[in-house]
Design a protein around this ligand. Structure first.
Ligand SMILES: Cc1ncc(COP(=O)(O)O)c(C=O)c1O
Length: 414
């Protein structure tokens, strides 16, 4: 029998691609443990965007001259890269957005306003980022639909036993869930939720902001109806993201924003819409940013998403072992073997913001707060946590520096 070894990455070598690590922070090498918030950018992306702006830039789709054609080819080339990354069946199903927040709002407004009403139920999870929570809550309110959350247990994992009770509360029309929790690192059973949503006759909307940068995603194999992600978390620029949706659903929906590019013809009497995906791309898009996202996708694929995932899981296991040495630290969420590279914790007697500040003095960058998941953090019984998160360039010695920084924080402030 053939044995396939888990692919490995050389994080130390990859780190050399990221200029940010060349400069000390507060006189110390940067330990960047905030990639769940936003990832750092490799030279490959920075240089390609510089070249693009310098020599290939013009507005897209609107002109026939060479520069515009080159710009359009780069922009549409990025769409094809997104399509291939998530194995969508057509670029018609790939809509460029500003970020995943806009992708999720697009679905909530365009699909939700037209398809929800009294007696319908929108189901989200208690683990949602506000980007997938608030739009659905507000659209449910506007349409008279019920809004319900799948709760999570003491290990930060969804309580699927609550699904039957939810199904009794009305006609479930939407299930919207993140694949990986940005606060706890919980890997949600997204395939199961998708099957359940379809059994109820509902659509399945996946917030894959923390999944697409870190693991292989195949929308056809998953079978969901919409999936969104954001470029800046996958080593690409800010200002770009993508929504994938089933063509038949996108065809049936009204545009989200209106203006240039998204029309076929306009007159005082009537306006008709452009074909997919342009129907959902009003105005001049973030051209260089979409292109940069495509370059970032190339960069990740050359490394291998499976290898990136394995690297982060190894690090999170190491980090959990090391944090277990600190009796004054409480770690939230599932055990290492069921968790992505995200770790939320608190230090007894020290506010998370003070912990983050102390770590910053040591050159360790982490995030403190509610991580745009107030219902989740409230359910944990705290007002905030400190969060460390890993990516392809993260190293075990950064975990060691985190642990030393936490000891100092406890000694000085606890
Ligand atoms: C799970 C999840 N969803 C949505 C978002 C929102 O991303 P953006 O601000 O790029 O739209 C984030 C960002 O932290 C996230 O982690």
């Amino acid at each position: 029998m053939a044995v396939t070894a888990t692919p490995k990455i050389d994080a130390r070598r990859l780190r050399a691609d990221f200029p940010v690590f060349d400069r000390p922070i507060r006189g110390k090498p940067l330990a960047y443990l905030d990639s769940a918030n936003s990832a750092q950018k490799p030279r490959q992306v920075l240089d390609a965007m510089h070249e693009f702006y310098a020599y290939s830039y013009a507005n897209v789709h609107r002109a026939v001259y060479d520069l515009s054609e080159r710009s359009t080819a780069a922009f549409e080339g990025a769409r094809e890269k997104v399509r291939a990354l998530i194995n969508a069946s057509s670029t018609r199903e790939v809509i460029f957005t500003r970020n995943v927040t806009e992708a999720l709002n697009l679905v909530a407004y365009s699909w939700g306003l037209a398809n929800l009403g009294p007696g319908d139920v929108v189901v989200i999870t208690e683990l949602e980022h506000h980007a997938n929570f608030v739009p659905w809550q507000q659209i449910a309110r506007r349409t008279g639909a019920e809004f319900r959350a799948i709760p999570f247990d003491d290990q930060g994992e969804l309580m699927l036993e609550s699904l039957d009770e939810l199904a009794r509360q009305g006609q479930i029309k939407v299930v919207a869930a993140n694949w990986i929790s940005n606060t706890l690192g919980t890997i949600n059973p997204i395939e199961k939720l998708t099957s359940w949503a379809h059994e109820q006759g509902a659509i399945m909307v996946v917030d894959a902001a923390q999944a697409v940068p870190h693991r292989s995603v195949d929308v056809q194999a998953l079978g969901c109806d919409f999936l969104g992600f954001t470029s800046h978390k996958l080593c690409g620029p800010t200002g770009a993201g993508a929504l994938w949706g089933r063509a038949e659903l996108l065809e049936s929906m009204e545009p989200f924003e209106m203006g240039g590019e998204m029309i076929r013809s306009v007159s005082v009497e009537e306006t008709t819409w452009n074909e997919l995906p342009y129907k959902f791309e009003a105005g001049t898009p973030a051209i260089a940013e979409a292109y940069g996202m495509g370059v970032a996708i190339d960069y990740l694929e050359a490394i291998g998403l499976e290898a990136i995932d394995a690297h982060e899981r190894e690090l999170v296991g190491y980090a959990m072992d090391r944090l277990a040495e600190l009796p004054f630290v409480t770690v939230y969420g599932p055990p290492a073997e069921r968790r992505a590279g995200i770790l939320s914790f608190n230090v007894d007697g020290v506010h998370p913001h003070d912990v983050a500040q102390m770590l910053d003095f040591e050159g360790v960058a982490v995030r403190a707060g509610h991580h745009c998941t107030q219902p989740l953090v409230r359910r944990l019984g705290v007002s905030a946590t400190t969060r460390a998160s890993f990516y392809l360039y993260s190293l075990p010695e950064e975990v060691d520096r985190l642990v030393e920084g936490l000891r100092k924080a406890k000694d000085m402030l606890g």
